[in-house]
Ligand binder design. Structure first.
Ligand code: FM0
Length: 323
């Protein structure tokens, strides 16, 4: 029985950066993202009476216990809903350029939620799938939907899930500048926890989010990709500022990240609608018009290699596939 599903990566334009409840992953604030076509995960789950423990194969390589923790959280919730105790085998393939160093937990955990619930014979709604994926990794709850999605924070497991905002069938795209850095980043989970607990800038970040979110939804409704980018860049800079005030302080920015951010500012001076966002890593993601993407890429080839530049368009939500 094949339960193959595909889920795509999403990039937050209004960031999730801090949990109100770490146990069931309730965020401090609503966030909003764009699901992309370029990066996705395909996953198949089978429950098997002969297994004594859950197994995760990632790109055909069996994974160790630690990488299984988020997977087990989702599988345990599915088993509880289905009233079964059977262990499962999870086969997952990440279609994310290996050099990218891009976090695939969002697409991975969303695909897991979809396939595991199918394999257990559950017929979950998109809202229930989003709630389930959230327990694997917060941002995964937004990958259930294509285009723009908003994660409504809620106040409990059942009330914290994403909703679709707009299908993004208009002139917006993203261009990734992949900055290959050796430094070990602080994981998003650890980074946001440390920031919430110790950064004096955290409250200022939180206080500014309501305005960012309503301005972002207005810009999306007007299909104004320049405004979307402007708000997203300001929001990302504020998020990253909080890490500098943490104890101990940290930053995801590398010298190469700064060079990429400068290149984006230069593009704006040349008249392009280009803004950037960044997550828990050194890569820089440009938000631009799809119609200007190739021209922007050509300009960036003066400063970066072809393999460092990956273009992406808005992508679909969770899909069942034949494999
Ligand atoms: O995606 C965003 O809104 C912003 C971030 O990417 C910025 F880094 C955080 C994603 O955090 P995630 O990996 O979902 O954390 P988990 O719930 O602890 O697993």
């Amino acid at each position: 029985m094949s339960n193959w599903v595909r889920a795509h990566t999403n990039i937050a334009l209004i960031k999730y950066w801090g949990k109100e409840n770490e146990n069931v992953i309730i965020p401090m604030n609503n966030s909003l993202s764009l699901t992309l076509d370029a990066f996705y995960t395909e996953t198949n789950v089978t429950f098997n009476e002969n297994l004594t423990t859950d197994e995760l194969y990632l790109d055909n390589q069996i994974q160790d216990f630690d990488s299984l923790l988020k997977v087990k959280t989702v599988l345990d919730l599915v088993r509880k809903k289905a009233g079964i105790k059977t262990k499962a085998r999870v086969d997952s393939f990440n279609y994310v350029p290996t050099a990218a160093g891009l976090a695939s937990s969002a697409s991975g955990l969303a695909a897991l939620a979809g396939s595991a619930s199918l394999a257990a014979g559950l017929n979950l709604s998109q809202k229930e799938l989003s709630t389930l994926a959230r327990r694997g990794s917060g941002s995964a709850c937004r990958s259930i939907y294509g285009g723009f999605a908003e994660w409504q924070k809620g106040h409990s497991h059942e009330t914290s899930f994403a909703v679709p905002v707009d299908e993004a069938n208009w002139d917006i795209g993203m261009l990734f500048i992949i900055v290959n850095d050796k430094q070990k980043d602080v994981s998003s989970r650890d980074g946001m926890s440390r920031t919430v607990k110790t950064s004096p800038f955290y409250q200022g970040w939180l206080d500014s989010l309501g305005q960012d979110l309503s301005a972002m939804k207005e810009a999306i409704a007007k299909q104004d990709s320049h405004k979307v980018g402007e708000i997203a860049e300001r929001n990302a800079l504020k998020m990253h500022a909080t890490t500098l005030g943490a104890t101990p302080p940290f930053t995801y920015w590398s010298p190469e990240s700064m060079r990429a951010m400068d290149a984006v500012r230069k593009l704006r001076k040349q008249g392009y609608s280009a803004h950037f966002t960044m997550d828990a890593g050194p890569n820089v993601k440009i938000i631009c018009k799809q119609s200007e993407l190739e021209e922007i890429k050509a300009h960036l080839l003066n400063d970066f290699t072809e393999s460092q530049l990956i273009s992406a368009k808005p992508g679909p939500g969770l899909q069942k596939i034949e494999k």
